[in-house]
Design a binder for this molecule. Structure first.
Ligand SMILES: [Zn+2]
Length: 85
């Protein structure tokens, strides 16, 4: 069984303020197979896009996936939109 554990790390520094980082680990039968543990720190922390967890899970199964992004209907921004109620 695979297990995805989403993680959040927090760090507070008197000089830099607070930082937080997101990440995850994936386990298979209790063993860690993907380690993207987040590290919140003053700089050079480790942040991982949590959406990637599912991609990693797919990759672990040697399934090739082509992911793309298409815009069906482009939204045309009009200045008046902001003021018309
Ligand atoms: Zn700091």
């Amino acid at each position: 069984m695979f297990e995805i554990i989403f993680m959040e790390d927090n760090h507070n520094c008197e000089t830099c303020g607070s930082d937080y980082a997101l990440g995850y680990i994936i386990k298979k039968d209790g063993e860690i197979v993907i380690d993207k543990t987040p590290v919140a720190t003053c700089y050079d922390g480790a942040h991982y896009d949590q959406n990637e967890a599912y991609l990693d899970l797919i990759r672990l199964h040697d399934i090739e996936v082509d992911i793309s992004h298409e815009v069906i209907n482009e939204y045309e921004y009009r200045f008046e939109d902001e003021y018309n109620v």
